[in-house]
Design a protein around this ligand. Sequence first.
Ligand code: PMP
Length: 368
Amino acid sequence: MTRPVTAAGATAVSAPVPVREDLGRLSGYHSPQVDVQVRLNTNESPLPPPPGWTEALQKAVAEIPFNRYPDRQANRLRAALADHHGVTVDEVFCANGSNEVLQCLLLAYGGPGRTSVAFEPTYALHSHIARLTGTGVVQGNRAADFTVDPRELRRVLGEAEATVTFFCSPNNPTGTLEPYANVEAALALSGGLVVVDEAYGPFSGRSAVALRDGPYGDRLVVVTSFSKTWSLAGLRLGYAIATPAVVEALESVALPYHVDAFTQEAGRVALGFAGEVQERVQSIVQDRERMQQRLARLPVDQWPSQANFVLFRPLHKDGHEVWQQLVERSVLVRDTSGWPGLEGCLRVTVGSPEENDRFVSALEEVLR
Ligand code: PMP
């Protein structure tokens, strides 16, 4: 691009265009990537997707007319997901990762003059995307066991007039399950949407989808992801299950063709491997239990996890220092030690058995 030249011959350079003022106050959500051998910081699956999926996908991809825009409604994928969950096609909304589902929810139901509620510590993007979309954020606090105390729920929802209330179950980064009584109470207390983020849901064997049949179930939105249990973080596919009216609202704020033809096919084909994926989920859960048994023998506090990660706190050593010393041993975990309500805590993803061994041995050494 050529720059305009002034009469004097010097290139005219204007002042940088200021970005939105409120963005300056929002730092992005990043897990620092460090060059290490053992990466246990972003809750991915240690296993690649089933080999049969790759083969079936190759065949499906050969049939995609790539010169054409994809099906804007992602109908085949949505039909397969509807089948998988026992709901109807018009109750499924797909997006480019479940983060995009959250963004669409806040674009449609948040925005200036509206309020969202999240109970901290929880998945940071619930509040972060709310702020990006100009939605007010009210943060309640979780109790010491990281569930939401019903009194705190009543206090916060009584004051907030929230149009969107977030729960995360199992909760990232604590791994704990949200009692469904809280979800039901939130539906009764607020007139807004209640979102249950189940990105890690299948590791717990439980889903809030069943609550849609209960009182105010028409305001419940369950969000989940292909990134964790389906071993498909690289694909970028997430979805919501909600009433047709909510799905329609989400469609109206999503960009046209936001789920490309490849992703639609890849997700649809993956659903044919649900049995194999479930076996992998079971084996990760067993590895998590083994990891927790080993952590129990070390000087750390830990919380019961229903996900593919464990939150722990070294008892006699500074959390950030432990993180650093693990990095020096080529093991990367998530440093949550500076997050409000998580002072001194670290979060480790359950990796392959070899990676878990490397992590526990390194931690033993660091804490010795
Ligand atoms: N929700 C929760 C609770 C998460 O931990 C994550 C991933 N870190 C997401 C949603 C987003 O997942 P994705 O966009 O990869 O589907």
